[in-house]
Design a protein around this ligand. Structure first.
Ligand SMILES: Cc1cc2nc3c(=O)[nH]c(=O)nc-3n(C[C@H](O)[C@H](O)[C@H](O)COP(=O)(O)OP(=O)(O)OC[C@H]3O[C@@H](n4cnc5c(N)ncnc54)[C@H](O)[C@@H]3O)c2cc1C
Length: 454
């Protein structure tokens, strides 16, 4: 019988853990995960706040329209009772006041006419400009999401809808980000000259809405997924070590020496910027390429507002987004206890999660007091009352969101092609930032290793 192949996974975020889950099922592999921090999860963290045990400090939901996270949660043992879904209430955009996001949109792109005629979010000038979209010739966006939307619909639809929505999901500036990184819109642009007419056709063909929610989450917070994945790996013989940073990789015959260990294959599930120095000897070209990736920092504030301070008219909403031209530091606020039924504090207060910073809007220079002051000042102004939080907590996420610039996918393909087949990349830097994409990227990475003969 041939000995099992030893695989080292660098990084114990969701991508590294998903790679571990995928490999430990196969007796042909012996799996080790090294995580530099003293806890697993990377950009996923859940902790107690405001008298509730499991409130997320970052990601709070995964998309269920794509199967990866749903299937992964099931595989690592989370049952129907362990999972929950948002209440489904609608969101708003702040622009000189709060406006409901109009219906009939695809990630902010208009795909219906009536909601756009009636929305208070756009001016008449903005609406007329957007209405000209079906008459325009095809646009060559050169993989720039911002260029596509500005050219087709004008600045208002871009700033107040598409950039607000996509920008807040990825902490990005869509004027500098890749269209291909948002497949739903890239697909629309590839197949249709007019995005409005194409979007209307897509909506007509879409199956009738069902009761199944678009997002899901573990009841114990997103760390519940991390814990279940880690138990799955260790329960099947995988070894996970926290507080262990990989610092160098050198060739050792056909194998790889990583610090004081020797492995047949290495999955680098650390963010691109952290991965770059590890590849300096193995592939200077990949190392330089990965070193050029940019990341945006964000701050997540959790705060509670006393029940008697909360304006009635904000009931039944999930939160709001702030368009780029209106941003100072706050980019979005989630009314977390209205978005999630199980996040209602026992004293009846409202739990909010407020995001600060994004690509082009740095927050690293804000100390804790300045970040709290900005949060209270701006959120209070947006909500229209003198906000006085009862509890407040702050989590600083450095290098939180890799930025996918135009032609990102081509760059990643080029970098992957220069790496030896037994060194593979996984994680948010490459094939998608959301949790489902990190999980599917990890499967892709493990498939590459499984497909490579010893
Ligand atoms: C505030 C915020 C909100 C978000 N909200 C959502 C959401 O609602 N839904 C969603 O789907 N996604 C969301 N995301 C995105 C998603 O959570 C992340 O993209 C994803 O968790 C990243 O996982 P990862 O494993 O690729 O990287 P990471 O989580 O960054 O994990 C990489 C790990 O590698 C470790 N590491 C780095 N270098 C080394 C080394 N040399 N040796 C050993 N270990 C190393 C790091 O310590 C880290 O733990 C959010 C992200 C943030 C920051």
């Amino acid at each position: 019988m041939t000995a099992a192949r030893r695989v080292l996974i660098v990084g114990g975020g969701i991508a590294g853990l998903a790679a571990g889950v995928e490999l430990v099922d196969d007796p042909a592999f012996e799996v080790e995960i090294w995580e530099a921090a003293d806890r697993l999860g990377g950009k996923i963290a859940t902790s107690s706040f405001a008298g509730l045990d499991h409130i997320d400090e970052a990601a709070d939901a995964y998309l269920t329209r794509v199967p990866h996270a749903v299937a992964f949660a099931r595989k690592v043992g989370l049952g129907i009772d362990d999972l929950t879904a948002p209440t489904g209430v609608g969101a708003m955009v702040w622009h000189d006041g709060l406006h409901d996001i109009p219906g009939g949109i695809l990630l902010g792109v208009p795909a219906a006419i009536r909601p756009f005629v009636t929305t208070s979010l756009l001016s008449w000038k903005g609406k007329l400009r957007a209405a000209a979209e079906p008459l325009l010739p095809r646009t060559d966006p050169d993989d720039s999401l911002g260029r596509l939307i500005r050219t087709r619909f004008g600045d208002e639809v871009h700033d107040r809808l598409v950039d607000s929505l996509v920008g807040s999901i990825y902490a990005t500036d869509t004027d500098r980000s890749s269209l291909a990184a948002v497949p739903q819109l890239a697909d629309l642009a590839a197949k249709h000259r007019s995005l409005l007419l194409g979007g209307m056709a897509v909506r007509r063909r879409a199956p009738a809405p069902t009761d199944s929610p678009i997002f899901g989450a573990p009841r114990r917070g997103m760390a519940g997924l991390v814990e279940a994945a880690a138990s799955y790996v260790t329960g099947r013989g995988g070894v996970i070590t926290t507080g262990r940073t990989a610092t160098s990789i050198e060739a050792d015959g056909p194998r790889w020496r990583v610090d004081d260990g020797t492995f047949d294959a290495v999955i680098l599930a650390s963010p691109a910027r952290h991965t770059a120095p590890l590849l300096a000897t193995v592939s200077p070209e990949a190392s330089t390429g990965l070193g050029s990736f940019e990341h945006a920092d964000v701050i997540m504030m959790r705060l509670t507002v006393a029940a008697d301070q909360w304006p009635q008219q904000l009931t039944g909403r999930s939160g709001y987004l702030v368009p780029k031209p209106d941003q100072r530091y706050v980019t979005a606020a989630s009314f977390a206890s209205q978005k999630w039924a199980h996040w209602a504090p026992p004293d009846g207060s409202q739990l909010l999660r407020v995001s600060l910073g994004r690509d082009g809007l740095p927050t690293a220079h804000l100390d804790r007091d300045a970040a709290i002051a900005a949060t209270i000042d701006e959120t209070g102004r947006h909500l229209g009352f003198d906000l006085q939080p009862v509890d407040i907590s702050m989590t600083r996420w450095t290098d939180a969101f890799p930025q996918y610039r135009p032609h990102h996918h081509r760059l990643v393909a080029d970098l992957e092609s220069v790496l030896p087949p037994t060194i593979v990349l996984a994680g948010a830097s490459y094939h998608g930032i959301g949790i489902p994409a990190c999980i599917s990227g990890a499967r892709r990475a493990t498939a590459r290793i499984k497909d490579t003969p010893r």
